[in-house]
Design a protein around this ligand. Structure first.
Ligand SMILES: Cc1cc2nc3c(=O)[nH]c(=O)nc-3n(C[C@H](O)[C@H](O)[C@H](O)COP(=O)(O)O)c2cc1C
Length: 498
């Protein structure tokens, strides 16, 4: 009896507490002036916020169709998950993709496809023939820049080890070179962002001796000057204060727990001649190939750059251009830039290839492409359009276990990839995830090869624009070489080097 009495007292007490809580909430809602819904609909107004947040989760699991979500739909994510776990990723019954959607890519299969035994590995590509240490690579897919800071220590460790296992490169992103990038033994592309983290002098400009030190690491194979990034063209990197831990701050050379905001451009680069001067200077100091990353909007400057290269001599050219898509990913960016500024890779890549071709610089300047190229079809499209290499950031995040919870800017990533909270990082075992990264790369190489063989060529670097058609608004597909006809070459560039 005593137990029942205790429970009923507890119940009455709990109900009393609840009623008190509702009364306090009611008064707080009516008294506040910031939120109209809560002021007009006290207490119940909170449900709107709660349901909006829960909707994000429930839509993904229960309501969104396989091909519906953005930035990546379930079918794309599942392909990466299954590929990186080494699971069988054949599918049954038929395509869930609507093949008449505008922009759908369709490859033209050959009646006599390449036999598997006639397929060959893609040939090596040499970047920076005039640098003291040119870089030779073969990998079809590589890891695009994600700074240590934007992503966590175990994530960087897993990527570094996975890249070494797969034989692809790892770009540091703009947060400097950390010991974790080097740990796995992978080839590294060192990125110099607009704040020059890691090679930053007291004046915010390039510290040559620091650059010399970094470039001296044998693993550092190329240097990438970041002009812009697809998700935020015209805005520098943003690392929220919560993610600027003392260790990250030390690597970047900035104070900890204060927002780390990079300038919108390199302070000393305000024109095409400035850009070529900076590239030449860095190449001389580093002795490694130097190129730049950008998202394309205006493009007249690229033509002026090619003319300037012709004037200065072919060795003055950037060794590569990494073309990022206007719908590229980021740790944090303003929505207006993310949504509405910069061309997507679909338009930008053929445009850049054609401009270089027009000026006879296509062989000299290698082109890397990024922007949602995370499935074999997208990667094969990039090779048809003229890329020398594909790089991906979010493809590798999925390989690490990312569930697209869109929390990269909050330090609360549930998978430990973009958080510095040790409790959340516990779920990310670098050794296990490194294997997934490597398996993803192997599977991608294999499946892009399968598309190439179906088109009748021996490897993906032999894919041409005529191998790929793109569905138009009238429901008909048009070959890529008609959409982007080959440019007429301008006179060959001068060369002061035999
Ligand atoms: C978490 C995160 C951090 C990133 N950090 C950088 C960076 O430091 N420097 C950079 O140039 N790009 C950065 N990016 C952009 C990627 O390198 C890449 O250009 C872009 O996401 C497009 O590739 P994707 O569609 O395969 O992700 C970042 C992207 C993500 C998702």
């Amino acid at each position: 009896m005593e137990g029942v009495q205790f429970l009923s007292t507890l119940f009455v007490f709990a109900v009393g507490l609840f009623v008190l809580f509702v009364i306090i909430l009611f008064i707080a809602d009516v008294a506040q002036t910031k939120n109209a819904i809560r002021r007009n609909y006290p207490v119940v107004g909170h449900f709107r916020e709660i349901f909006s947040q829960l909707g994000e989760f429930f839509r993904q699991y229960f309501f969104a169709l396989d091909r519906e979500e953005l930035p990546f739909n379930r079918a794309e994510r599942e392909w990466v998950y299954r590929s990186s776990s080494g699971a069988d990723n054949t599918v049954a019954f038929g395509s869930t993709r609507n093949l008449s959607d505008v922009g759908t890519v369709i490859f033209v299969n050959c009646p006599f496809p390449t036999l598997d035994e006639h397929g060959v590995p893609p040939p090596a590509v040499t970047v920076g023939p005039y640098a003291r240490h040119p870089y030779v690579f073969t990998s079809l897919i590589n890891i695009s820049g994600m700074s240590y800071g934007a992503i966590s220590k175990p994530a960087v460790q897993a990527l570094s080890k996975g890249a070494a296992m797969a034989g692809c490169w790892l770009n540091t992103g703009e947060g400097g070179l950390s010991p974790f990038h080097l740990q796995g033994g992978a080839d590294i592309v060192f990125q110099i962002g607009t704040a020059k983290y890691g090679v930053r002098g007291a004046d915010g400009l390039l510290d040559e001796s620091r650059l010399r030190e970094i470039a001296a690491h044998e693993q550092v194979r190329m240097i990438e000057l970041k002009l812009s990034q697809g998700a935020k063209p015209g805005k520098g990197g943003i690392l929220p204060a919560a993610k600027v831990t003392p260790e990250i701050a030390a690597i970047r050379g900035i104070p900890s727990y204060i927002d780390s905001i990079s300038p919108n451009r390199h302070l000393e680069i305000d024109s095409v001649p400035d850009l070529l001067d900076a590239i030449e200077r860095i190449r001389l100091i580093a002795g490694k190939p130097v190129g730049f990353k950008c998202v394309i909007g205006a493009y007249g400057w690229l033509e002026r750059m090619c003319e300037e290269v012709q004037r200065r001599g072919i060795e003055s050219a950037p060794d590569f251009i990494a073309v990022d898509s206007g719908d590229g990913g980021t740790g944090a960016a303003p929505l207006a830039l993310m949504d509405n500024v910069g061309l997507t890779i679909r338009e930008a890549l053929p445009m850049v290839v054609d401009i270089l071709h027009k000026y006879g610089l296509r062989d000299r300047i290698k082109i890397f492409a990024s922007g949602k190229l995370i499935t074999p079809a997208e990667v094969a499209w990039a090779y048809c359009a003229g890329a020398d290499a594909v790089v991906s950031a979010r493809g590798f995040m999925f390989a690490l276990g990312c569930i697209q919870s869109l929390k990269c800017n909050k330090n609360t990533c549930p998978t430990g990839i973009t958080t510095h909270n040790p409790r959340l990082q516990r779920g990310l075992d670098p050794a296990d995830k490194a294997v997934r990264v490597a398996t993803f790369v192997h599977k991608m190489r294999n499946d892009v090869g399968v598309i190439a063989h179906s088109c009748g060529v021996p490897h993906p670097r032999a894919l041409k624009r005529y191998h790929c058609r793109v569905v138009q608004a009238n429901g008909r597909s048009v070959p890529l070489n008609e959409l982007y006809p080959p440019a007429t070459p301008a006179p060959a560039p001068l060369s002061s080097v035999a």
